[in-house]
Design a protein around this ligand. Structure first.
Ligand code: ADQ
Length: 460
């Protein structure tokens, strides 16, 4: 088996369970092949030279972690400006939040070139390279221009929007053309795969060859949906470990008289948290039997705070939660507990298990792993109900969840009411099917499907 080289913007130490499912899943193959994981070190150097950065190497068991520092100018244009100021909003269908600044794309390209230059000398002839996410779309094109002939796969963790939205990015042709330097392009959902097919045929004149194969610019690539899963066994083990059990018991005791609803997200505008809170307000307004009982715990961990749009949503949320607690709260009951902090991963399963309803209602999401984690954490004998946005990639697989349109506050409130009143038998049936689905297509299945597809491609 050839050595696996993973490239992503940020790295995690695959030996640490706190790193989460993806690191664990990739870590397994990295360990087995004595692999290399390459990316940004997380260090921003004041006053460094654009396009330059020192390489650091560190051994984590059999895996080599190789990272590059970025100077402030590169970080601001590559990471804040283009990746999170253009690609993240546009790929989540939010043209209104995108800032198209010509300087940013130059930084994005410069850092991809820097990564390619630093990575190339570390590569061996029979390596298999797997590049992750929107920060690194042009990486293979840069590597190929420097003579790299190894197989390279790419996985996009976020949605791919329809042609008309994508085409609003001034450099969309360059960006999408660069995907043809990969051998396999993995997307989260069938919807994303359909958008890919339409775009490359409509804008780039690519030829669809059938069986997920596309040809353009002299290259044939495979582009297909490989929906990412979670490590169900690892999550179940986490659920039964001491931290999660203690958390579960404490919550059950604290909220013994209440029905708990839970939301766990990064505080990101794509996650639809304010829409969710407004739906909860509708629930209290139209179904008064929930007053003094239903309690929403919303955990929203801070991210990307130096990007402007993230401050706006923080303020909006604080205002909303305060207003609802003011309008409906009692001396001994607060409808919403809003926590703007990181909660340790080992406690998340306990919180999920204690909640009668899991609210996963993004406005747009590549997949959303919280939906799968919520299901994995439930007690099969008395499971909670997952309320899931139809706009999350996960909705294509998780048909037994209660699907909602998060833009429709009243409709969502009605579905939450249905979830709160669902009879035990129906809850069990739905949960069993959902659990079976996330077990069949778990993160190991995802990794294997992708790497098998890449292995089947002829050497470029
Ligand atoms: P995210 O948008 O970060 O990732 P999501 O799938 O919602 O992804 O969550 C990823 C992980 O972070 C989960 O394991 C979850 O438990 C954890 N997490 C989220 N909020 C947390 C919080 N407040 N506290 C502690 N842990 C938290 C991107 C895409 C997704 C896609 C993933 C994986 O945006 O659509 O599912 O990558 O491909």
């Amino acid at each position: 088996m050839s050595r696996l080289v993973v490239v992503s913007n940020r790295l995690a130490d695959p030996r640490k369970p706190a790193a989460g499912g993806l690191a664990v899943a990739l870590g397994e193959t990295l360990n087995r092949t004595g692999g290399l994981w390459f990316g940004w070190s997380g260090t921003v150097l004041e006053g460094g030279t654009p396009g330059e950065g020192e390489l650091h190497r560190q051994q984590a068991g059999t895996v080599t972690l190789a990272t590059v520092d970025l100077c402030k100018e590169d970080h601001d244009s590559f990471y804040l400006g283009y990746s999170n100021g253009v690609l993240w909003p546009v790929f989540h269908y939010r043209l209104d939040l995108a800032h198209f600044d010509a300087g940013h794309v130059a930084g994005y390209r410069r850092v991809n070139q820097l990564f390619a230059r630093k990575l190339l000398p570390l590569l061996r002839d029979d390596d298999t390279i797997w590049v992750h996410d929107y920060h690194l779309i042009p990486l293979a094109a840069e590597l190929r221009a420097m003579g790299c002939r190894q197989k390279i796969g790419f996985f996009l963790h976020i949605p791919l929007p329809p042609q008309q939205i994508l085409a609003a990015i001034p450099q969309h042709e360059w960006l999408m053309r660069s995907l043809f330097s990969y051998d396999v392009v993995g997307l989260q959902s069938e919807t994303d795969a359909m958008h890919f097919a339409r775009y490359v045929q409509g804008e780039l004149g690519a030829q669809a060859l059938g069986e997920h194969m596309f040809r353009a610019f002299g290259n044939t690539i495979r582009a297909q949906a490989f929906p990412i899963g979670i490590d169900v066994d690892e999550f179940a083990a986490l659920t039964h470990a001491k931290d999660a059990r203690d958390t579960y018991l404490r919550m059950r005791e604290e909220y013994a008289r209440r029905r708990l609803l839970i939301g766990v997200d990064r505080l990101d505008y794509s996650k639809g948290i304010p829409h969710r809170i407004r739906a909860f307000r509708e629930l209290l307004a139209h179904y008064p039997e929930n007053r003094d009982s239903a309690t929403l715990i919303q955990i929203a961990s801070p991210t990307r705070e130096s990007v402007e749009a993230y401050n706006d949503i923080r303020q909006e949320l604080e205002g909303l939660c305060g207003a609802i607690n003011g309008d409906y709260g009692e001396l001994d009951w607060m409808p919403i507990r809003y926590i703007h902090r990181v909660v340790a991963r080992k406690r998340i399963p306990g919180i999920c298990r204690a909640a009668a309803v899991g609210l996963v209602t993004p406005l747009r999401d590549g997949m959303n792993l919280v939906a799968k984690e919520y299901v994995a954490a439930q007690d099969p004998a008395d499971p909670g109900v997952l309320v899931l946005s139809r706009f999350a990639g996960a909705a294509e697989q998780m048909r037994e969840a209660l699907l909602v349109n998060p833009y429709d506050a009243h409709g969502t409130a009605e579905v939450i009411q249905r979830a709160l009143r669902m009879p035990l038998e129906e809850r069990r049936e739905r949960h069993q099917k959902l659990l079976q689905g996330i077990r069949e297509q778990d993160v190991h299945w995802w990794r294997k499907s992708f790497l098998d597809a890449l292995a089947q491609m002829p050497r470029p």
